[in-house]
Write a protein that binds this ligand. Structure first.
Ligand SMILES: [Zn+2]
Length: 280
């Protein structure tokens, strides 16, 4: 699976153009992925709805429960998936301008009929083995949620890794995180934290080459921000390494790269830093 020059995913992907989209993304490429559920009855019906002009909604991708993938909007164009939204870490509002929207076919919140059967808002019932009971991160009471399937989660992870290899993806967010009063998708049935780590810790082949060459000739870089945290792993969720932050002008030896994170050696202290704060 890869992304062609028209910003379309190629491989086993069905391209169905949606008329519901804006102009180019900020910088003409995404740096954020937003995960949603469709709250629908099938991937096909959700694709139809997201391609209908009256819905005024779309997403870049819809992923079915069997792992089938539909693309509706090129990745350099804004789809209409996030709506009123704000990302607290960056202060950005209107996330459609920065992000790729991925819709997973899932019925969403269900109502218990009896021990064997749970009902969706659109009247379809689901067996108990497709349901999990959990408290949503933005709520206080337990509700019933339609489970995602393994092929669907695997397809979503593969797609996100391909996206992160092609574009400067920095954030993988749930819709519930950027529209918390309004939205509960993808909900507690989606393993958001684990998924986020798996996508952002991606190894990139182009930087592996860089790491190989660094064995012959060490690459020395300089910190170009006042204070730079040094962490035990390649990502902002990892603990701080046992040291003060690096300071502007400190030099480090580059050991390897992972996504946009760089493993460095600073006078024998080895840890990871965000590569955008290093200069050659
Ligand atoms: Zn959503």
């Amino acid at each position: 699976m890869q992304i062609n020059e028209k910003h379309l995913l190629i491989g086993n992907v069905r391209w169905v153009r949606s008329p519901n989209h804006g102009g180019y993304l900020e910088n003409k490429e995404p740096d954020t992925i937003v995960i949603h559920y469709t709250a629908g009855s099938s991937a096909e019906s959700s694709v139809r709805s997201l391609c209908s002009e009256t819905s005024k909604a779309s997403a870049h991708l819809v992923i079915g429960r069997d792992g089938s993938i539909f693309q509706l909007v090129p990745f350099n164009i804004a789809a209409w998936h996030a709506g009123v939204s704000e990302h607290s870490a960056t202060g950005r509002k209107g996330l459609n301008r920065y992000s790729i929207g991925i819709e997973l076919d899932n019925a969403g919140v269900l109502t218990k009929q009896n021990d064997e059967s749970y009902l969706s808002w659109f009247g379809k019932s689901y067996p108990a083995n497709e349901v999990v009971s959990a408290v949503h991160r933005n709520q206080t009471t337990e509700r019933y949620w339609h489970l995602y399937t393994q092929p669907q989660l695997e397809a979503c992870l593969e797609v996100c890794r391909v996206l992160a290899a092609r574009y400067p993806i920095r954030f993988v967010l749930g819709h519930e995180e950027i529209s918390p009063g309004r939205k509960v998708d993808p909900g507690p049935a989606f393993p958001l934290e684990k998924f986020r780590d798996k996508v952002l810790d991606l190894d990139r082949s182009d930087v592996d080459e860089l790491a190989d060459s660094s064995e012959e000739k060490p690459v020395i870089m300089t910190v170009n921000i006042d204070r730079l945290n040094i962490r035990t792993g390649a990502g902002p969720n990892h603990d701080l390494a046992r040291s003060n932050p690096l300071k502007e002008g400190d030099t480090v030896k580059v050991l390897k790269h992972q996504n946009k994170w760089v493993q460095v050696d600073h006078n024998g202290l080895i840890g990871w830093v965000n590569g955008k704060y290093l200069k050659a």
